[in-house]
Every structure is written in structure tokens, then in C-alpha cells.
Design a protein around this ligand. Structure first.
Ligand SMILES: [Mn+2]
Length: 308
């Protein structure tokens, strides 16, 4: 199945950096708009509805309390995100959540999971990231919640975050495929293995290639599978994507990232998307936002190669 011309894409801006280690991801939604996200998607025949930005609490920029930094603010932003994403899915639209930091994956993906339960659909989540984001308050070195969303979605975290969406856990670790991982904290590493997360790290991509990693990550999708992509911009090599708060060297190149996105597009199953951690405060003349838009275009079927 190919995305039809009738697909309605809804942009949901979530301007917060309450879960991050550096300020600035709150400016991400506007940078993506300035880079022409809406216009570029429309040029591909999609109908795009920009719902504007959600309004939530300011970032208090305080140290962690009991292992969590800004838990109340992060929970509020995620509740708002959950409701907004769920409403768009219920209306039959394809939501693109424009973060904001990656803590917002909790609200977004819990909404997608809820929608799948309501519709009797299977779920596959592709987590494109330099980090596993599988920390808990006892193993996180920092308390920054953008390092915890996968754990929270799998039921490991504070009630304020794990219960968003009303079903604990929101998802099983079995539905997740992580791609591009190259920075995992020590305790987190053990927890990833213990929970049996399927990870295609950079070592795997170096040895086997992006094509093979994506073939496995996308295997066994069927007509009833809802495919969600959670795209942390720090997935990309910092040489091409400097505009993120937590750069880790050795990420996918431009060509590898394009192939990743094109192979997702080829499945025709993409049904929701997060674009997070774009940080204009670290960017150069919005080039990382422009690259993100370029890759999002590929996710929606723009082919950089000549194809018939
Ligand atoms: Mn992340």
C-alpha cells in the first residue's frame, strides 16, 4: 500500500525542553516550520493541517528531585501530547508530533498504543536515536526524563508517566526496534538486555549495513500493523546534524539516513511520527532543521534515486 493523496497529516507542536539536559529543544517546532515542513509535505500531495503549538508549563530549570527532573512539568506536557495525538488518530489523521525533547515520546506513543488497542491493530515502534532512552530513576545518572521514555512506556517509571493513557504498560518491549544506538549508560545497558529490547546499534549497522538492519526492523509488518517512527534528530551523525543538545559522534551518514527513511516509506505503513530533540540553539543557520525536513520528505515517499 502506498500513501494515498487523501492522507491528512496533522502537525502538533510541543514546545518544551522540560525533559532535556540542555535548553533549546522548545524552539524545535518553529524551526521545522521555518524549514518549510508543511510546504514540502504538501508538494508530495499530502493534505497538511498545522494545529499549532500545545501550551504547557514553563521549564523551571531545577535540579532533580527523587531521581526525576521537572517531573510535574514533564507529566503535564505528556498528558497534553497524549490527548492531542489521540484526537488526531481518532479523526483518521496521521499525526506528526514536533518536539520538544524526547520525553514527549511517552505521551505520543501511549496515545498511538491506545489507538491501536481501540482499533485492534498491531503496533511496531521504530526508535531512531543515538541513545536507548531506557533509563529509570535508579540507574539514570542525571534525572533528565528525556533519557527514560522507552522505560516509562514499558511500565518502568513513576505513575505520573507510566499511567498516561490508562494502560500499564503502554507497550511491550517486543514492539520496539531501536536503530542507530551508540551511547548507553552502564546500568541502562544491563536493563536493555534484561528486557530483551531489539537494538540495531551502530556496531551492527557498521558490520551488516543499514539495509540489513532495516529489513529486520521492518520484518513481519502486515496490513494490520500501525507503524510509528520516533525520530530523535541526534540519531544522525553530528557532522550533518549539529543542532541537537546531546551529540554523539559516529551516527548514520546522510546516505544511510536516507536509506533508512526510504525503506520505511516503502512499507506504506507509516501511521504516526515524532520528530524530537531538534535544538536550534546549537544549530547553524537552521541546517539541521532543513535536513530533518528533507528526511521527513523521504519518510513520506520522496525518493532521492530515480525509481519507476
Ligand atoms: Mn532520544
Amino acid at each position: 500500500m502506498v500513501q494515498t493523496r487523501k492522507t491528512v497529516v496533522s502537525l502538533i507542536g510541543v514546545p518544551t525542553d522540560a525533559g532535556a539536559s540542555a535548553r533549546g529543544a522548545s524552539m524545535g517546532p518553529e524551526a521545522l516550520r521555518v524549514a518549510g515542513l508543511r510546504e514540502r509535505l504538501e508538494a508530495h500531495g499530502l493534505s497538511v493541517r498545522d494545529t499549532g503549538n500545545l501550551a504547557g508549563p514553563p521549564n523551571p530549570w531545577q535540579p532533580p528531585v527523587d531521581g526525576y527532573r521537572h517531573l510535574a512539568e514533564v507529566a503535564e506536557w505528556n498528558r497534553l501530547t497524549h490527548e492531542a495525538v489521540h484526537a488526531e488518530l481518532a479523526a483518521g489523521h496521521l499525526p506528526i508530533m514536533l518536539g520538544g525533547d524526547h520525553c514527549l515520546g511517552i505521551g505520543s506513543i501511549s496515545a498511538v498504543a491506545r489507538h491501536c488497542r481501540e482499533q485492534g491493530r498491531k503496533l511496531r515502534v521504530l526508535w531512531l536515536d543515538a541513545h536507548a532512552d531506557f533509563n529509570t530513576s535508579t540507574i539514570t545518572p542525571s534525572g533528565n526524563i528525556h533519557g527514560m521514555p522507552v522505560a516509562c512506556l514499558c511500565g518502568f517509571g513513576p505513575d505520573e508517566l507510566t499511567r498516561i493513557g490508562g494502560h500499564v504498560p503502554a507497550i511491550s518491549p517486543k514492539v520496539i526496534r531501536q536503530i542507530g544506538i551508540r551511547s548507553v549508560d552502564e546500568g541502562e545497558k544491563r536493563f536493555v538486555h534484561q528486557q530483551d529490547l531489539e537494538v540495531f546499534d551502530m556496531r551492527y549497522i557498521d558490520e551488516m549495513g543499514m539495509r540489513h538492519a532495516m529489513e529486520l526492523a521492518l520484518a513481519t509488518l502486515d496490513d494490520h500493523t500501525h507503524l510509528h517512527v520516533s525520530f530523535d534528530v541526534d540519531f544522525l551523525d553530528p557532522d550533518i546534524a549539529p543542532g541537537v543538545g546531546t551529540t554523539v559522534p559516529g551516527g548514520p551518514t546522510y546516505r544511510e539516513a536516507q536509506l533508512c527513511m526510504e525503506m520505511i516509506a516503502d512499507t506504506g505503513r507509516l501511521a504516526s511520527l515524532d520528530v524530537v530533540e531538534l535544538n536550534p540553539a546549537f544549530d547553524h543557520r537552521n541546517r539541521t532543521a532543513e535536513l530533518a525536513v528533507d528526511l521527513i520528505e523521504s519518510l513520506f515517499g520522496k525518493s532521492t534515486l530515480m525509481r519507476k
